[in-house]
Design a protein around this ligand. Structure first.
Ligand SMILES: Cc1ncc(COP(=O)(O)O)c(C=O)c1O
Length: 386
């Protein structure tokens, strides 16, 4: 296994070596990471719900009622009645006929892509879609045509030049995970109608945050009922773990019977479902996204006033750096100064597009937001980015 060492050394030489950072706290604004207290500016716990008392209570209550494990796959022994409640709540939240919960968002994407299209079919995929979509496209054995990021003219060309009568599926993230920008859903939906292609949206970073009822980007753009397949995760703003697909009853029935990432894995443990159920209720009653959006507005204004060129349409605000070494040095310096924001490098982003992915939480105080912006500007100044 000498080759393993060579490969690891190669990653280290290229600045692409990764190591795990250990948290002694939960995903809270003031976290202890690798033994040091830092301001957390990288978490996907956008609404702070993994620490919300009612969400914790939902998890604990589920353990007390149903135990810690699910005992089997969904189709054998793993579907507790809690699942039915969660799937009803999600369908209601997403305003679809039904929903289906998976063990992760990754598996929900694999399920849709491998079940809905196959050999002889064509997928149209944004070039910056999440890795789980990329992997789903590969596994599906459908032909995948990648269109330039958010470029609907390019998408139109690809659709127009298509021959054959296989199925067509356009797939896009709702909010792009590393750039924080939004897919142009109204135009994509129109193209889907014009060229008879189904539309699938992965709203992993938008559920609970975008739209009047916070159901996500399709609601935000007013095209909710034009999306054929809604995918999302329970592990980011929802504060738990799991993924879901929402859509027609027929879609869900089909996935239950065909999706390998649904059939051949153990169901989620009861606390994960109890937490997700409680989180959906908290989103409806307390709407923590209001505070998140206030933080986003304040933070971006402070960075811009300080001379940093940031642009984002969401709670994910990347600080673009470029090369891998510089990106890591920037992140290390932030950590020294008491802010934890991870360095994002290839393969998560293209070469020379390294960045610090900052993400705000509803639980950041105004003081936290000012501190975060101040430290980022200080380090950006030191590294000649202003
Ligand atoms: C856009 C997007 N889709 C899907 C996933 C996968 O979701 P999960 O973490 O629940 O597997 C992620 C993040 O991990 C993501 O950013």
């Amino acid at each position: 296994m000498q080759w393993l060492k060579l490969e690891v050394d190669r990653l280290r030489d290229k600045g692409l070596y990764r190591r795990l950072r250990v948290f002694r706290t939960g995903q809270v604004p003031h976290a202890i990471v690798d033994g040091k207290e830092v301001l957390l500016l990288s978490s996907n716990n956008y609404l702070g719900l993994s620490e919300h008392p009612l969400v914790k209570k939902g998890a604990v209550g589920a353990v007390e009622a149903y135990g810690t494990g699910s005992g089997g796959s969904r189709l054998t022994t793993g579907t507790s009645e809690l699942y039915a409640s969660l799937e009803d709540a999600l369908a209601d939240f997403k305003r679809t006929e039904r929903s289906l919960v998976f063990s992760t968002g990754y598996m929900a994407n694999l399920a849709c892509l491998t079940s809905l299209v196959g050999q002889g079919d064509v997928i149209f995929s944004d070039e910056l879609n999440h890795a789980s979509i990329v992997d789903g496209c590969k596994l599906s054995r459908a032909e995948t045509r990648v269109y330039r990021h958010r470029d609907t003219e390019h998408l139109r060309d690809l659709l127009r030049n298509l021959r054959g009568n296989g199925r067509r599926l356009i797939v896009t993230d709702g909010v792009f995970s590393m750039d924080g920008d939004l897919a142009p859903l109204p135009e994509i939906v129109e193209l889907g109608e014009e060229f008879d292609a189904r539309v699938m949206v992965d709203d992993a970073h938008a559920t609970g945050i975008f739209g009047e009822r916070r159901s996500g980007t399709p609601e935000h753009f007013g095209v909710h009922d034009k999306i054929d397949v809604h995918v999302g995760t329970l592990s980011k703003a929802i504060g738990s773990i799991g993924g879901y697909v929402a859509g027609s009853s027929l879609l869900i029935e089909y996935l239950v019977n065909t999706a390998r990432s649904f059939i051949f894995t153990t169901a989620l443990p009861p606390p994960a479902i109890g937490a997700a159920l409680a989180a959906i209720s908290v989103i409806r009653v307390e709407d923590p996204a209001v505070k998140l959006w206030k933080n986003v507005g304040d933070y971006t204004a402070l960075l811009k006033e300080g001379g940093l060129d940031v642009s984002s349409e969401s709670q994910i605000i990347p600080i673009m750096i470029g090369g891998t070494d510089n990106t890591c040095l920037f992140s290390d310096r932030l950590f020294e100064q008491g802010v934890y924001a991870s360095a994002i490098r290839p393969p998560s982003v293209p070469a020379n597009m390294g960045r610090i992915r900052t993400a705000l939480m509803a639980t950041h105080t105004s003081e936290d937001v000012h501190t975060a912006a101040g430290v980022i500007l200080e380090v950006a100044g030191e590294r000649g980015l202003l």
